[in-house]
Ligand binder design. Structure first.
Ligand code: AMP
Length: 280
């Protein structure tokens, strides 16, 4: 069944109030649209855990540090609604801009520490935008549960920290990264890759797997990292922003540690910035 598309806060509140009164679990799946199977896996997880599910679609200007990136971001609302039809979600929250950020809006939610590295370091203001909009989405939807992808692992940790620090009564669930058959992590930005760039893009994950193999063989991380960056640049990637091994708990450097670690990468290919991460 096609879910109603709600654009005004009054309509959203009228929809969720009876669910809240009945004490049911309300799952929220925040997205920026251009939905793919990665997003849909979160919707499936939400449907399995919650009586009611709200999918949000909002291309959040506050989390874009680059005006061109915001302008180029794919917007496919009609096909998004069609893709969601088979999940029988209860509502699509697609707020008008003034519902999210009225002219008088003056609040910023900022998470320290976790945001100093990787995406935080390379995209100034990005995580403030994320934390601010997610805090609003949680309260707007009266969510009890929220579903985020490990694809954006740093974001998942930032959202968890924010929800805990602000005492928001929301359980934040992390869901595994969904990949294309060639290993490329699904992403809305993949739509912006040319056919040629799309054939090269899986190299990012291949190089990460190569590093994972090397680490199993006790090879030093820094030499694996240097060799992978050289190969990525040769394949056509420009500006490899980072290829880091970090602790899963707090994102501190994880070289020479036995603590659970992840490998994180961000690199630009033909003007499209790709990110990925995997557990080591
Ligand atoms: P976005 O629309 O890119 O803001 O993503 C919305 C949510 O979908 C975030 O929680 C992402 O981490 C998640 N997501 C994006 N790509 C994937 C993927 N390939 N697998 C699983 N979750 C994903």
């Amino acid at each position: 069944m096609t879910a109603p598309i709600l654009r005004r806060l009054d309509d959203l509140r009228a929809t969720t109030a009876p669910w809240q009164r009945a004490g049911t679990r309300i799952g929220v799946v925040p997205t920026m649209g251009a939905l793919h199977d990665g997003h849909l896996s979160l919707v499936a997880a939400a449907k399995a855990a919650c009586e009611h599910v709200v999918v949000t679609i909002f291309v959040n200007p506050k989390q874009f540090n680059n005006a061109k990136d915001l302008e180029n971001y794919p917007r496919t609302e009609e096909s998004d609604a069609r893709k969601l039809a088979r999940f029988d979600v209860d509502a699509l929250w697609v707020p008008d801009g003034d519902q999210m950020y009225p002219e008088s809006f003056a609040t910023n939610v900022s998470v320290a520490g976790l945001t100093d590295v990787m995406e935080g370091a390379h995209r100034p203001g990005h995580f403030d935008g994320v934390a601010t909009v997610v805090a609003k989405l949680f309260t707007q939807t009266s969510a009890t549960d929220a579903f985020f992808g490990e694809k954006d692992f740093q974001q998942l940790l930032v959202v968890r920290r924010m929800a805990a620090d602000l005492d928001l009564p929301v359980t934040v669930h992390g869901c595994p990264t969904i990949r294309d058959i060639d290993g490329l992590a699904l992403s809305s930005r993949n739509l912006l890759l040319s056919d040629r760039a799309r054939t090269v893009a899986p190299r990012l994950h291949e190089e990460m797997q190569e590093i994972a193999e090397g680490l199993k063989g006790d090879r030093p991380f820094t030499s694996l990292q240097t060799a992978a960056i050289t190969r990525l640049e040769k394949a056509g990637f420009t500006s490899v922003d980072y290829l880091d091994l970090r602790r899963q708990s707090d994102l501190s450097p994880a070289v020479d540690t036995r603590a659970p670690a992840r490998l994180f990468a961000a690199a630009t290919l033909a003007g499209v910035r790709l990110i990925d991460n995997m557990s080591i």
